[in-house]
Design a protein around this ligand. Structure first.
Ligand SMILES: Nc1ncnc2c1ncn2[C@@H]1O[C@H](COP(=O)(O)OP(=O)(O)OP(=O)(O)O)[C@@H](O)[C@H]1O
Ligand SMILES: [Mg+2]
Length: 220
């Protein structure tokens, strides 16, 4: 799926009249299947941007097109269905449910179909090298394993677009690099579009496109 934004702005109202601009006039185009690295210093607006592109938050103004559909023209129910059917999101901190096993965590986004999706969930765990951890609870896993589970959960709906917001922020460099490399490989295997927030210059150089955020704008 391709993603396009037109004059995207996000501002937050602070006190009565003071507006803080977080994103200003973002115009980007990401082709279907492209791997994009999004970089920029802390506070430059990376998370805000991918939350909007991933339809989890609305812009103050501007448009986001996914496969030519003007997404924010639609109501929240539409956005929710669009996310469920097409989008996988991996957060900086994994947000796994601590009382659920690995397998249950992965099946959460498709809970009503969990019995028919079991085989698929296990095949993803196998691909990520953690099938033997399927009945463990998150607290019994290492940081890298937890992040792999979060990755598996984002893949359960065969997403056409994968967003990853510094998925390795809580890991050491070597493990972080492994996870990000895995994301590149898997999105290639699936033919999915990937937007990855990363500080790893080596990986960024392997992306099809690098977008650098500076103060809420995409730099050149
Ligand atoms: N709900 C909010 N209200 C007001 N300001 C906010 C809100 N959410 C984020 N911001 C501000 O927006 C700016 C961009 O935040 P964002 O999280 O997008 O940055 P980032 O590039 O992802 O940073 P990091 O690398 O630290 O994750 C920051 O200055 C932040 O303080
Ligand atoms: Mg962020």
């Amino acid at each position: 799926m391709n993603i396009k934004s037109e004059n995207l702005n996000k501002t937050y109202m602070k006190k009565e009249l003071l507006n803080i601009s977080i994103l200003s006039n973002i115009n980007i185009e990401i082709m279907s299947g492209q791997k994009v690295a999004l970089t920029g210093v802390s506070g430059s607006g990376k998370s805000t941007l991918i939350h909007i592109l991933g339809l989890m938050d609305r812009p103050t103004s501007g448009r986001v097109y996914i496969d030519e559909v003007d997404c924010f023209k639609n109501d929240d129910r539409y956005l929710c269905t669009m996310r469920k059917n097409n989008i996988g999101f991996i957060f900086q901190f994994h947000y796994l449910m601590l009382d659920f096993s690995v397998l249950e965590n992965i099946l959460l986004p498709v809970w009503s179909e969990r019995h028919t999706r079991l085989k698929h969930a296990r095949s993803i765990l196998k691909r990520l090298g953690i099938l033997d951890r399927q009945d463990h609870f998150p607290s019994e896993l290492s940081g890298g394993e937890q992040q792999r589970v979060a990755l598996a959960r984002a893949l359960i709906n065969n997403p056409r677009i994968i967003f990853a917001d510094e998925p390795t922020g809580s890991l050491d460099r070597v493990m972080g690099f492994e996870i990000e490399k895995l994301l590149f490989e898997i999105s290639s295997e699936l033919g999915s579009t990937l937007v990855l927030v990363t500080h790893n210059e080596e990986l960024a150089s392997r992306a099809d496109k690098v977008m650098r955020m500076v103060n809420g704008k995409i730099g050149v």
